[in-house]
Design a protein around this ligand. Sequence first.
Ligand code: GBH
Length: 501
Amino acid sequence: MKAILLVICASTITLADIPDYKFPDGFLFGAATASYQVEGGWNEDGKGENIWDRGLHDHADWVADNSNGDIACDSYHKYKEDVQLLKDLGVNYYRFSISWSRVLPTGKADQVNQAGIDYYNNLIDELLANGIEPYVTMFHWDLPQPLQDEGGWPERKLADYFVDYARVLFKNFGDRVKYWMTVNEITQICEGGYSGGTFAPFITNPGVGGYECTHTVLLAHGRTYRLYESDYKAEQNGQVGIAIDSSWHEPNNPDNESDQQASEVDMQMNYGWFVNPIVYGNYPDVMIERVKANSLAEGFPQSRLPEFTADEQEMMKGTFDFLGLNHYTSDKVYFADEGAGDHPSHWADTGVIGVIDPSWPGSASDWLKEVPWGINRLLVWIKNHYDNPPVVITENGFSDYGQLDDYDRADYYKRYLYEILKAINEEECNVIGYTAWSLMDNFEWMAGYTQRFGMHYVDFDDPDRPRTRKLSSYVYNNIITTRHVDWDYYPDWPPTQENKN
Ligand code: GBH
């Protein structure tokens, strides 16, 4: 069954008779980056230290190529060039993130760094002057170190600090920024940072840290949404969302009822965990039940999952104007006989094992296999569970080793975008935008510069960090300008002077 599906998928792209769907009017295209991954200027002009600065200065050898984001793409100095790349790409918006410690060096709102405000004002103005909307993530993982020294996200007072920070952003930039995302990928912030210890601040506290962190981040998100609603929305008239990441969890055997349930549980425990509170006000029932049952069995007097009060549930409910979805890949899931993972842990609470189909084409990243139909099923799942909310794909992309003729990335974009077109046209999914990760090669966290996601090549050995267009940038531009997927379109390669754009 799966083999047949794959054959159909692989062959569809050469069939002339598959529907040639168009992106609807108003559908927006963008490209994304994040502050720590591109800016550099880590200690320039009054920027404070954040947890990635600290973590990687202390543990250089934890990153694949012993690198860090001290200079990265040097976008702190080269933002005007970045805007020209975006312009040539033809995107409607640029999704970038603001470095909290560049704006508030201590993390707290009593000391605002004017040079940091100036940098983002310049970037925003340069974008608007070139007809590109700023699409801003307030927090893409780079927590000010002084707030980590107070305990970091598991401490509830972090929500207060975040709301204060958000107010500074609305005040300074809200006249021109109309699209906000509070945070990027709560899973990575919290499970990576405070449970598994795989991301800064590298704290290992499985089954507890990730839940406490998530609770604070969700409250910070909800309160920021409410702040905008009460104090800024009437005047600034923008939108506030959030970027949540999710793989698609396909039942290992689609006909097996237990595997179907495993898929549902996995989706609820890894996506509903964040989205259910934002849409409906509370964690999913299945999550509340599973974490409580495990906690009691482990000897905890109560559930390790924190509770929202009735007032908090009321506050949280409906705190989104759009749901941002970061999606890259899929897996196949089934229930683990003996449970999964050590206790306590979020994985053991979920109780599901995920495997990768060996037939799925790979990338430069072990975790990233190309499974285009996965995004279609995920979008349908979201439509069915949350009453067809407006969804913006806030990240989607493919890694290789940096070649300029990146046909695999170009094909990945074509296939995923076509599955999104099908979700819109055949399933009536309310998808309103698409963001390619990434505008350019950048600091890929623990993989350093060894895995490249860019539509532009960046030479990290050259102090000037020159950018060069890759083939995929032309293909993405073709999709944006023609508003459909042209399976036959590839630019002449290498590019000639005329078609260089
Ligand atoms: C996104 O996360 C991030 O938002 C973005 O900053 C990043 O550059 C982009 O993806 C590409 O990775 O190495 O086996 O431990 C996507 C979710 C979660 C995928 C962490 C990679 C690490 C797997 N990511 N995961 S592993």
